[in-house]
Design a protein around this ligand. Structure first.
Ligand code: GLN
Ligand code: ZN
Length: 786
């Protein structure tokens, strides 16, 4: 299974192409692939549903790639290799796995007679089968994009199992576009992989580097044969602090790129390092035979002159335009950075800081937004145009200065625009004192809550949402089109709440929820009801696979002009004698799942949202709601990539939650919910949230989190999930009881709550009912044994 790596010391980088092609003056690291009207989503989902076949899917993908390439050419990405070949049917990390044969043994024979992975096999890895779990999914750096985690073991057989990027290059070339093929680079690929189930405990995927390099080399040779001038290897893992010690990463980078540079016939090598400053690995990459290096100088700094000097002979691709957020570029500041970089004497070209896959396609589609707001924004097409504009500076084009001046004028106008800075919000923020961030001691509150709520041991509850049925969605769509009056729509939602409350009463749950039928999305719903936000119509971005989200835009100071959830909560509480949980989304999650203003520190924006939530909580209390849950599933997600930045983040994020919740009286039980299970790293922060009860995901990891809780001595209420809501599978009563028994062995029973892993929004009613029945029965059973 292993191929021998030719000793790198005997190879030199002089076998690179005899003349290195010129790297295009303007390029972008990547472009959204889902399509302006989500064409790819529709085609892929039709293929999954069996309504179109593989050739039809391929044709749809080809059309999309070609129209994208033509559009980018039209925007000015003209040189060979300027248009990135960043198309993917599902995910770029899966693409790399599919090309080099990193296919877990548990899937059995997925390859065809020619040893190739076809499109169905590819989707099998992403979506699993009846018997096999798909590859695990996790967050891509500090974005809301999720990639599939390759599984590598000592036995993984690497071989070229797909040549899709070669075929895509040839197809584009035949149609007049010389693209730049893209693949996740070998070091990042292995750093993002996890050890396969069969691997020994101390196995590290990075130990297989020498075995994957020949496959990358094979691809390089084929791309060269197809005529590609440039290839892009994406190495974002090099900008984050790794568990693997830095010297090991440095050695891997050196080995990988010396090896690939020495491939006899290859395209010029372009390595991209988005999402932050490259720091300690810059000299390492500089010492290899790569031809061009991208640096994120939007988020990262312009490197020191000495570091830049080491890049002599290579092209420096300056990531000046932010690919991650939607604000119009401050061209004057980018021009200044470009100037500084060019002082190094290197050949410098202009690009984006990251792929633009994290932003929607085109601001001009959002005709419902005010022209003023639109003028402040740049989506992928506008960012491409900004890159092209800035590249004009490289040839001293006279048309650049007017564009710079215009951008400066718009940025100044934005700062002065109505609603961006509001004196009443500023006044309230500056009047805050430490008392606004804390409640009475937990023990004091717990005593009051215990007598007032009178809940049994191991109280049962759910996380908030109940299944969003087709009827609910249809009603919302009709209300949006004006086919239903607001009153009719609200009547339908109230009917739904009645049903959900009745079901919970019948099941015997202890703390009820209203089911959230009136919410399209846990963030957008609040964005639509708060001032300072706007929402888009076509602004979809890929979250994972065919799943897209439409983040709201937080552009101004945040004001809650009227209560948002109170009437729904009051109505729901009127239907039951049991406590009804009020349900809010926390400040950090609202920020994490929106495009957030870049003109003030995030912590300040978070506190503005917190004050709005604080008012909402006060109104919920007045309406008789005694338990209020503030969801913060994104708390872990925004954690900075560099350890040095983490403490500051945790400080402001925790504070914003405390500001939102600490106006609550002692008798009001504040809950929070976090979606993930790997929470060891942030457990101190979770403790500092000072919520009375925290629910977390735990069923999928078979209660692993109770060890973290025990080690930490977590002293507050906690609900480790006992029902994995990510699949339609119904957990049996005995299975739930067993999870609870594990939990009570590690966490005192009086602290424990019984709940599913997360909301039930994506589930159907049949399985939900059965699962919750088992959950309630299991809680009763374990309660009786205490
Ligand atoms: N209350 C939300 C729900 O149940 C929480 C969702 C989430 O954590 N992502 O849907
Ligand atoms: Zn959740």
């Amino acid at each position: 299974s292993t191929s021998t790596l030719t000793s790198t010391s005997t190879l030199t980088s002089t076998s690179a192409p005899s003349t290195t092609p010129v790297f295009p003056a303007a390029s972008i690291l990547g472009y959204p692939r889902i399509g302006r009207r989500r064409e790819l989503k529709k085609a892929v989902e039709s293929f999954w549903a069996g309504t179109i076949d593989a050739p039809a899917l391929e044709k749809a993908a080809q059309d999309l790639r070609l129209s994208t390439a033509k559009r980018l050419q039209g925007l000015g990405l003209t040189g060979n290799g300027a248009v990135p070949g960043t198309f993917s049917y599902y995910d770029q990390v899966l693409d790399a796995a599919a090309h080099i044969g990193a296919i877990p043994a548990r899937f059995g024979a997925l390859l065809d007679a020619q040893g190739q992975l076809d499109i169905s096999g590819y989707f099998t890895l992403a979506r699993g089968t009846a018997e096999q779990q798909p590859l695990e999914m996790t967050k891509w750096f500090d974005t809301n994009y999720h990639y599939l985690v390759p599984e590598i073991g000592p036995e993984t057989v690497f071989s070229l199992t797909s040549t899709r990027i070669v075929e895509e290059f040839s197809h584009a070339l035949a149609n007049g576009v010389h693209t730049r093929p893209y693949l996740v680079g070998p070091v990042t690929f292995l750093l993002l992989s996890k050890a396969s189930d069969e691997a020994p405990n101390d196995f590290s995927p990075l130990s297989r580097l020498a075995d994957i390099l020949p496959v990358y080399a094979d691809l390089l040779a084929r791309l060269a044969a197809a005529g590609a001038d440039w290839v892009q290897f994406d190495e974002p893992a090099l900008v984050v602090d790794q568990v693997t010690p830095l010297p090991e990463v440095q050695a891997a980078v050196a080995e990988a790129y010396e090896y690939l540079a020495a491939v006899p016939s290859r395209p010029a090598l372009f390595v991209s390092t988005p999402y932050g400053a490259l720091e300690g690995l810059l000299p390492t990459l500089a010492a290899t035979g790569i031809d061009a290096l991208h640096l994120d100088v939007f988020k990262g700094e312009v490197p020191a002159a000495a570091d830049l000097a080491a890049l002599s002979g290579k092209t420096l691709v300056a990531g000046l335009v932010d690919g991650h957020n939607i604000w119009r570029n401050d061209l004057a500041s980018s021009a200044a950075k470009l100037d500084e970089l060019r002082k190094s004497g290197l050949t410098v070209t202009v690009s984006t800081s990251t792929s633009t896959q994290h932003v929607p396609h085109d601001v001009q589609e959002e005709t419902q937004l005010s022209a003023e707001l639109r003028s402040w924004l740049a989506f992928a097409d506008q960012k491409t145009a900004e890159v092209v504009t800035l590249s004009g500076l490289l040839t001293d084009s006279p048309s650049v200065q007017p564009a710079i001046d215009e951008a400066s004028a718009v940025i100044a106008a934005r700062a002065a625009a109505v609603g961006v800075h509001r004196t009443e919000v500023q006044a309230r923020l500056s009047a805050l004192t430490s008392a606004d961030f804390s409640r009475d001691a937990y023990a004091t509150r717990a005593a009051v809550q215990e007598t007032q709520l009178a809940l049994p041991t191991l109280p049962t509850t759910t996380i908030g949402s109940f299944p969003q049925t087709g009827e609910i969605r249809a009603a919302r769509a009709r209300a949006n089109k004006g086919e239903l009056t607001q009153q009719q729509y609200q009547g339908l939602m109230k009917d739904e709440i009645r049903r959900v409350v009745q079901l919970q009463e019948e099941l015997g749950l202890d703390v009820l929820v209203h089911g959230e039928p009136e919410r399209n999305d846990m963030v957008q719903y609040f964005a639509e009801n708060l001032e300072g936000f706007d929402v888009t119509v076509h602004g979809w971005v890929q979250s994972y696979g065919s799943r897209c989200t439409r983040p709201s835009i937080l552009w101004g100071d945040v004001v809650r002009s009227q209560p948002i959830t109170v009437e729904w909560a009051r109505f729901a509480q009127s239907l039951t004698g049991k406590p009804m949980k009020g349900m809010l989304t926390g400040p950090v999650t609202i920020l994490a799942w929106s495009f957030v203003r870049d003109d003030q520190p995030l912590g300040e924006t978070a506190n503005q949202v917190a004050l709005a939530l604080r008012d909402e909580i006060a109104d919920l209390e007045s309406a008789g709601i005694r338990i209020i849950q503030v969801d913060e599933p994104a708390l872990r997600e925004l954690l900075p990539l560099r350890k040095a930045d983490q403490a500051r983040y945790l400080d402001w994020s925790v504070n914003s939650f405390r500001l939102a919740t600490s106006g609550a009286g002692n008798g009001t039980q504040i809950h929070t919910h976090l979606c993930y299970s790997e929470f060891g790293v942030v457990i101190d922060a979770i403790d500092s949230l000072d919520a009375d009860v925290t629910s977390i995901e735990a069923a999928r990891s078979r209660m692993e989190v109770v060890h973290d809780l025990e080690n930490h001595g977590f002293g507050r209420g906690v609900g480790p999930g006992v029902y994995d809501i990510h699949s339609p599978r119904v957990p049996g009563r005995a299975e739930v009881a067993q999870l609870l028994e594990t939990a009570v062995q590690h966490v005192p029973a009086r602290q424990l709550w019984v709940n599913p892993d997360c909301g039930l929004k994506t589930r159907g009613y049949a399985e939900t009912e059965e699962s919750l029945r088992n959950l309630v029965d299991a809680a009763r059973e374990v309660r009786a044994q205490l």
